[in-house]
Design a protein around this ligand. Structure first.
Ligand SMILES: C[S@@+](CC[C@H](N)C(=O)[O-])C[C@H]1O[C@@H](n2cnc3c(N)ncnc32)[C@H](O)[C@@H]1O
Length: 211
């Protein structure tokens, strides 16, 4: 595909396809289980089109700041946030450089975004910085499969998938990334995706705290 077509696809088609894919039921059950655990001042890194918004517990969230570099997805999140009973602010920025003060957040939420953020290590350093010492990182992620055959196919497909799915990597290991960045990880759930999403590999959800 030529460069012009690729950049047209990334700007005009990928955000809608990623939104459609992430709206699937395969993702919703983990959202329903994990997102209500968010408390106080919440920062959602890579908020995308706002698919977690309906799952926040309004009696526990004081304020939510959603961050994403993609203007189209952020626009969808902003529209979705208008009906919520707590204050939501959507900021266009990358997770690698959060425009927020040190110790700003009680909770940081990241769902299916460590796979896409170009420099997840830098984003985790930023998450550590903006979290209060007692704060928690709630995550739901996919990554490197446990089975050898699936892992080999993830490696083969990785480049093409990244182009089709907004920069998503199939072969990252989110738990290893978080531990490497100094987080203590408590995994709440671990599973596989239904057949349509086999290429996403392992499915992880849990809570991490600064060690
Ligand atoms: C697969 S989507 C997931 C969206 C949303 N978190 C969800 O659960 O539906 C990945 C998201 O990561 C965002 N993203 C890409 N680069 C990023 C970065 N540098 N910092 C933060 N988010 C980023 C994308 O714009 C996209 O919204």
């Amino acid at each position: 595909m030529c460069q012009t077509c690729l950049s047209w696809y990334a700007r005009c088609a990928a955000p809608y396809l990623v939104h459609a894919g992430c709206s699937a039921n395969a993702f919703a059950h983990m959202r329903r289980r994990m997102i209500p655990l968010a408390r106080g001042v919440v920062v959602e890194v890579g908020i995308g089109s706002g698919l977690n918004l309906p799952f926040y517990d309004a009696s526990s969230v004081k304020r939510l700041v959603g961050v994403d570099p993609d203007g189209t997805m952020l626009g969808m999140a902003t529209r979705q946030s208008r009906s919520l009973p707590f204050h939501v602010e959507c900021i266009r920025a990358g997770g690698e450089s959060l425009p927020l003060a040190d110790g700003f957040a009680d909770t940081v939420v990241v769902t299916y975004a460590f796979c896409t953020i170009p420099d997840p290590q830098a984003a985790l350093d930023e998450i550590r910085r903006v979290l209060k010492p007692t704060g928690q990182l709630i995550f739901i992620e996919h990554g490197k499969a446990e089975g050898r055959l699936c892992r080999e196919w993830q490696e083969r497909l990785n480049r093409l998938w990244g182009r089709l799915a907004g920069g998503c990597h199939l072969t990252r290991d989110p738990l290893r990334l978080m531990r490497g960045a100094g987080f203590r990880v408590i995994e709440a759930e671990h599973g596989r995706f239904p057949p349509l999403f086999w290429q996403l590999g392992s499915h992880h959800a849990g809570i991490a705290a600064v060690d």
